[in-house]
Design a binder for this molecule. Sequence first.
Ligand code: BDR
Ligand code: CA
Length: 322
Amino acid sequence: MTHKIILDTDPGIDDAMAILFAEAHPAIELLAITTVFGNATIENGTHNALWLKQQYGMKADVAQGAVAPLRREPVGPTTVVHGPSGFGDVTAGEVTLAPDPRPAWQYIVEAVKAAPGEITLVTIGPLTNLALALQAAPEIAGLVKQVVVMGGAFGVNGHRGNVTPYAEANIHDDPDAADRVFTARWPVVIIGLDVTQQSFFSSAYLDALRDDAGEPGRFLWDVSRFYLRFYSERIGLDGCHVHDPSAIAYVIDPTLFTLRAGPVRVISDGPAIGHTLQKFDGKSHPHDEWADHPDQQVGVAVRDQALLALYRETLVAWGRSR
Ligand code: BDR
Ligand code: CA
């Protein structure tokens, strides 16, 4: 079975890892890459996406999206993690391709309406484009196959936040958008730090990918040097967590993850801004801001070694065939 996906992304080093994973796996048809501010400015992120399309001969359209969050003060690009332009030490060179003329939200609305029930939206950046798409055309909630989100942290396995003690970066960048996406009546699967910080690309794993996965393996090694320096200097780890590729892995093989059902809300102000909370006990309360919202699915466990094997096998097979 082939999964038609639109990948909404802020490229981004681990975003590049996810984009190539989606392009490489035969069970995924990557229809489009829509960009959003986040790890890089929208201009740099869109340039990085177009450069990947050009380098790897990808068929996917690229549509540029939101420059800033819906309401909160912008946090600014995460240059400390992803480097000045989003791709670490790698500079995406000249690009001769142009993005689709439509803004990302419009691209998403039109693509979903043209293929009702067929498209999976995968988000690996802030959720602003999806919130804008829902605002313009709420009916798309009933037309999307599913939404798979890399974002959030629910305290499972001890993971609560990476940019604040209680918030994950993609949700912290636009908590209002995230709350709209999580409370809409469409099926959402949330692959947050609870599972992405349970999987680890060691430095040795990335070295082996460089040696065995042809040119894409070498690119992934090059682009990950800055990221690994951040992990080593700031977190004391010899490798990196597997954030964005985990969302793609879920689409390919949902059995890699264990999910928990319940409505999800996002704190939109104050010291816990960007904190994600799921109600999963079904209890009734006199005041309940979760009660009228649909159950969504939150990843609470991952078969990490199987996920690492899937990523490696996919990239090695694709890299060697090129
Ligand atoms: C998420 O934040 C970004 O820095 C990464 O690309 C990933 O999408 C992890 O918290
Ligand atoms: Ca990302």
